[in-house]
Design a protein around this ligand. Structure first.
Ligand SMILES: [Fe+2]
Length: 218
């Protein structure tokens, strides 16, 4: 499992993608939260309770006690896709969040993990519903941007590798699956990675302090 980015096909149809995009676009304002560190809006879909998806006292996320949020309940197609096409290989089930990045807005370069977690299993799964897919890049050891191919809307990325997206004319809407899922190997997941349509490994840069989320526990 030594890759920075791997395009995997989880079998989501175009109809499902379009239906999920419609569901997201119909969500009310009050389920959105602005994430100042990343520079985008977030919608919690499946989590341990709480608007931001952080575990709440009394809910043991490792024991799979996650549930759908109000927004999640408003997205029936997404729920079906999560259950039928993601849960079978998500061990344990991860938190599901929608990220919405406004047109003409780039994200800040960031790590989705703590610095000490670099090199451990810190994978995230992404399914892009709207916007450009080739604007995602990783920072290499010489601080160059290494872009992913403009081809794959379904992929796993190493969240402990500094990454970001460049601005695009369209709003970017992505379904994101993260902790407690980290890319734990299991039969169906391993098979998808083995059959990945595209895989790449980028050299790691020295971490800059501004890339670390002040909200992450040290
Ligand atoms: Fe990220």
């Amino acid at each position: 499992m030594n890759f920075t980015f791997a395009a995997i096909d989880i079998g989501v149809t175009l109809e499902e993608k379009n239906a999920m995009l419609d569901e997201v676009l119909s969500l009310p304002d009050d389920v959105h939260h602005y994430n100042a560190f990343r520079g985008c809006k977030m919608i919690a879909i499946y989590n341990g309770g709480g608007r931001l998806g952080s575990p709440v006292k009394g809910i043991d996320t490792q024991a799979g006690k996650f549930k759908y949020t109000k927004a999640g309940d408003l997205c029936p197609t997404m729920k079906k896709v999560i259950e039928e096409k993601m849960f079978p290989w998500l061990v344990p089930h991860g938190r599901v969040t929608i990220l919405r990045t406004a047109p003409d807005t780039g994200l800040n370069v960031h790590l989705d993990s703590q610095e000490k977690e670099i090199g451990t299993l810190q994978y995230k799964y992404r399914l892009v519903l709207n916007g450009a897919i080739g604007k995602l890049y990783f920072i290499d050891e010489d601080y160059n941007k290494v872009y992913v191919p403009d081809l794959y809307d379904s992929y796993v990325l190493d969240g402990s590798h500094a990454h970001s997206i460049d601005p695009d004319t369209k709003e970017k809407i992505t379904i994101c699956v993260g902790a407690p899922w980290h890319g734990e190997p299991n039969e169906s997941y391993n098979k998808m990675i083995l059959n990945a349509k595209f895989k790449m490994e980028v050299s790691r840069p020295q971490t800059k302090p501004g890339w670390l989320d002040p909200g992450h526990k040290k």
